[in-house]
Write a protein that binds this ligand. Sequence first.
Ligand SMILES: NC(=O)c1ccc[n+]([C@@H]2O[C@H](COP(=O)([O-])OP(=O)(O)OC[C@H]3O[C@@H](n4cnc5c(N)ncnc54)[C@H](OP(=O)(O)O)[C@@H]3O)[C@@H](O)[C@H]2O)c1
Length: 273
Amino acid sequence: MHGGRPVALVTGASAGIGAACVKVFAAAGWDVAAAARRTEKLDEIAQAVTAEVPGATILPLRCDVNSDDSVKDAFDAFRKRFGKLDALVNNAGYGVYGSVEETPLERFRANMETNYFGVLRCTQSALPLLREAAKGNRRRWGAAIVMVSSFVGRRALPGMASYCASKFALEGLSEALRIELADERVAVSVVNPGVTQTDFFKTAEGARPKGYLPPASGMSSEAVARVIFSAARRPRRNAYLTAAGKAGIAAQWLSPRLLDWIMKDNWAKSRKS
Ligand SMILES: NC(=O)c1ccc[n+]([C@@H]2O[C@H](COP(=O)([O-])OP(=O)(O)OC[C@H]3O[C@@H](n4cnc5c(N)ncnc54)[C@H](OP(=O)(O)O)[C@@H]3O)[C@@H](O)[C@H]2O)c1
């Protein structure tokens, strides 16, 4: 059974923001279960982080968030190793580009399976452990769930409706869950990154519309991971990470029609070029 250090489980920990979370949580003295499908990547990350952070405990866990059996096996192994969970970081996800008409239904469905049902699956498996952790301490918030959404979880963009819809679904889930768990002191935070320099743009399916931001620009995955870590300790409803993201959300609140109009113009140009 586990000692006194806090424990986090991070999904999608084999690359990008999830891998950066493993490092940030470990550097802050947390034990971390790093979950994803590519176990060889997880082993490399565990090795690198333990070399960099003396005393770190990283547990690589094979976990495909699309599969009931895989999630169950991962949580069984997690429970056996640590016996408690202080923070679940629901980070696994991927992008899909393409217009609504041109994106096959199966691609929409698969995207929703990972980005929404995958989160739901992991959250349901984690809840008993999170509740236990919350009972076992006297902090204002005893345990935390951090959802990695996106700017486009609050404002959809043309040419990526599948991805946007999956993140909108995640936002709805988070809003309801936050209230359901409040009395049990399990906090639900949502982090909404803008463009972040990861493999996201390589692994995204479909064709990126011309004129969308190139992946060379954007935040580092470490900077996003630091916000995720901070949300695990001090919950936030939504954390918008960039000035452009904050301005976009303000504009969406003040005049969604103005944003529609700007995007319509850009979309028309990208279709012509
Ligand atoms: N990069 C951005 O600009 C950006 C902006 C806003 C939000 N986000 C969000 O940030 C999160 C992380 O993305 P990233 O940018 O770090 O991309 P990434 O570098 O491509 O990493 C994606 C991670 O998700 C995992 N994953 C994908 N499908 C999975 C599945 N079925 N089961 C388990 N793990 C799965 C991958 O691991 P395996 O392939 O090994 O399973 C990988 O570790 C995503 O939710 C994404 O939507 C990214």
